[in-house]
Design a protein around this ligand. Structure first.
Ligand code: ZN
Length: 272
């Protein structure tokens, strides 16, 4: 995996025959009181060196576009204007900066139903963000999110309830816990495998070192913990890479065992 270009809102990588582009939708500041210890309790004192900005955790919000030149898939879509927060909703700028024509995107894979992942399917003016959209994969447990503003897309939703190939090099793998339909996307190239894992980790400065630490919005914390442990173990193998929605942008890294947890090694300097 080799960095080929980057800017304020994107970083592009050569990954065997594939091009992987990290797209920065923005960031969101959230309270450290949302962190949970292994018993589900908030911390009185934050463990380790967790950096705060104005007393909050600053979470990057990333989406990822992967293409072989013919087939492409966009994993997650950012928040658009759904969070009413001007620090997010920059996906279109990121696509423009990376030279990706959103009017040509036919396939979107959603990791889960939360607004910072699914809302970018609709542009702030209410129109569909991807005019040629043909398919939206999402875990079956999260498919009911396609109501209200997202209702017009319902006829193109492909619910995923078990491991499923969505193209020659992408497999959808259910990883429930954060939400009932939380799904990760395993991308295989000639040179390795990239796991686009959605919200498996929210606070990278803490949860690799201590994978037992959970997040209040993990709907089922024990299940989210188990999924995180399983995926981290898989990632700590040669030629495996992770792409995380809330890892520091651009959010593509290697994972190695370290002590009782794991260490994270980013493949490119931080953007944004
Ligand atoms: Zn999220």
């Amino acid at each position: 995996m080799r960095l080929t270009s980057s800017g304020r809102h994107h970083a592009a990588f050569e990954f065997g025959d594939l091009r992987v582009v990290s797209l920065r939708d923005g960031y969101i500041d959230m309270s450290p009181t949302l962190l949970r210890d292994e018993h589900g309790c908030a911390f009185d004192v934050l463990p380790g060196a967790v950096p705060l900005v104005g007393g909050n955790l600053r979470l990057s919000v990333n989406a990822f576009f992967v293409t072989d030149g013919t087939r492409s898939v966009l994993v997650d879509t950012g928040a658009s204007d759904a969070w009413h927060d001007p620090t997010m909703g920059l996906l279109h700028d990121a696509l423009d900066e990376a030279g990706i024509d959103r009017a040509q995107i036919t396939d979107v894979a959603i990791t889960h139903r939360h607004v910072d992942h699914v809302s970018g399917l609709i542009a702030p003016d209410g129109s569909e963000a991807f005019a040629k959209l043909e398919r939206v994969w999402i875990g079956a447990g999260d498919a009911p999110v396609f109501t209200g503003r997202l209702e017009p897309l319902r006829d193109r939703v492909v619910p995923v309830s078990e491991k499923a190939a969505i193209n020659d090099w992408t497999t959808a793998v259910p990883a429930p816990g954060h939400t009932p339909g939380h799904t990760v996307y395993d991308i295989t190239s000639g040179t390795g495998r990239l796991l686009v894992w959605g919200d498996t980790v929210h606070v990278p400065t803490l949860q690799f070192d201590r994978p037992n630490v959970a997040w209040e919005y993990d709907g089922d914390q024990p299940r989210a913990r188990a999924a995180r442990a399983d995926l981290l173990e898989q990632l700590a193998q040669p030629r495996r890479f992770v792409a995380g929605a809330h890892l520091d942008s651009p959010g593509i890294a290697r994972v190695a065992p370290a002590g009782d947890g794991y260490a994270l090694e980013y493949l490119a300097p931080r953007i944004g």
